[in-house]
Ligand binder design. Structure first.
Ligand SMILES: Nc1ncnc2c1ncn2[C@@H]1O[C@H](COP(=O)(O)OP(=O)(O)O)[C@@H](O)[C@H]1O
Ligand SMILES: [Mg+2]
Length: 356
């Protein structure tokens, strides 16, 4: 809204100043003409002088106009430079402290959320007293209705934010002690709104780990793992096919096909932790099942966290956490949660019924 107001204010100002300048210019232009003609009629100037001056006036006028429009273009562009500088000046909410340590390779004990609370800046508390562990080799799932804080947990795990209360530990050490970039390297996340780059298929995958952009072997192997290869094989130019519709010659993919590319990006990273936050929202139930089945196989021995609304997928996890009202309401493997007959069992039955 503020931006809209500024833009409107700027447009009005430009219109006003622009009209005034045009009026002034036009008055000056014809005024000069009138003066020269008057002088000719009065016999001060000859017809030859009149012709010469008329040409000179026209030339001067267009030159002056050019100077003004150049200034106005420069002023316009300067506004964009301002935006760019503002963008560069944006600092992340959290940053590595001096002497930050590297993330252990391999991670031995895993992550622990210990009584974690969190509120967004100027927001109400989203998480209150959340505790859970994610151990190496384990695949956990988070379920819960929209807005229960599932994505917030991912943002805390990746340290996009620090908790307002409690602690997050990695191998027994507070997450804040670790180097942030290192942490990001070790956690591959695919968010719900994953990126679609208007680049080639190869480049789209290489975005996961740009150092590997020329390593065709690694890129292909990541594509095989994520099932993106089948998608790429069908493209007219294969791996060199430009994707997206922004540029000429680009081919658009379906949501599910983009998703497989995003997944390949995560596999290329070889991160120790993989997080899938509802990345399959655009997939039909069968494709989602296929993607997660694949995911489950490939994350064997690594840590994985998956967030999905589809219980056919969620049930593959070793342990499931049900988030409700900012707390973990239930936890355990699928069979146990079904036996308990609580919220999870209720949600599962509800969804199963809708498929029958
Ligand atoms: N950047 C933010 N600033 C303020 N509130 C936010 C922000 N992101 C999410 N929220 C709020 O936090 C709550 C939890 O959001 P989220 O973790 O995205 O839920 P989920 O992933 O379970 O759907 C919601 O009420 C949401 O409106
Ligand atoms: Mg979410």
């Amino acid at each position: 809204m503020r931006l809209h107001g500024e833009t409107a204010r700027l447009a009005r100002k430009r219109l006003l100043v622009g009209s005034l300048l045009t009026l002034l210019g036009t008055l000056g232009y014809y005024g000069t003409y009138a003066y020269v003609i008057y002088q000719t009629v009065a016999g001060v100037l000859t017809i030859g002088m009149l012709t010469f001056l008329a040409g000179a006036i026209a030339g001067a006028s267009s030159n002056i106009q050019l100077v003004f429009s150049t200034f106005s273009t420069i002023a316009d562009q300067a506004l964009f430079v301002g935006d760019l500088l503002d963008f560069f000046a944006v600092k992340p909410v959290v940053s590595s402290k001096p002497g930050a340590i590297a993330v252990p390779r391999p991670i031995r004990q895993g992550f622990e959320f210990r009584n974690v609370s969190f509120a967004y800046p100027n927001g109400r508390e989203v998480l209150s007293g959340v505790s859970f562990k994610l151990s190496p080799g384990e695949r956990i799932a988070l379920v819960g209705e929209n807005g229960q804080g599932k994505t917030t947990i991912v943002k805390l795990l990746t340290r996009l934010y620090d908790p307002s209360g409690g602690q997050i530990l990695l191998d027994g050490v507070d997450l804040r002690e670790y180097d942030q970039e290192d942490l990001w390297r070790e956690i591959g996340v695919i968010f719900q709104d994953f990126m679609r780059y208007d680049l080639t298929a190869t480049e789209n995958i290489a975005m996961g780990r740009i150092e590997e952009k020329d390593n065709i072997f690694r890129i292909r192997s990541a594509a095989q793992k994520s099932l993106a290869e089948e998608v790429i094989r069908k493209l007219p130019h294969g791996y060199d096919q430009r994707l997206g519709t922004r540029f000429d010659g680009g081919t658009d993919l379906s949501g599910g096909e983009w998703q497989k590319l995003a997944l390949a990006r995560a596999y290329l990273r070889e991160a120790q932790v993989l997080v899938l936050d509802e990345p399959t929202a655009s997939l039909d139930a069968k494709s989602e099942h296929e993607v997660f089945q694949r995911f489950a196989e490939l994350t064997r021995g690594r840590m994985a966290m998956l967030i999905s609304h589809r219980f056919s997928t969620v049930r593959m996890a070793d342990r499931i956490f049900v988030l409700q009202g900012g707390r973990i309401a239930e936890e355990g493997p699928h069979d146990q949660l079904m036996q308990n007959g609580g919220r999870y069992a209720e949600m599962f039955e509800l969804q199963a019924a809708s498929y029958r």
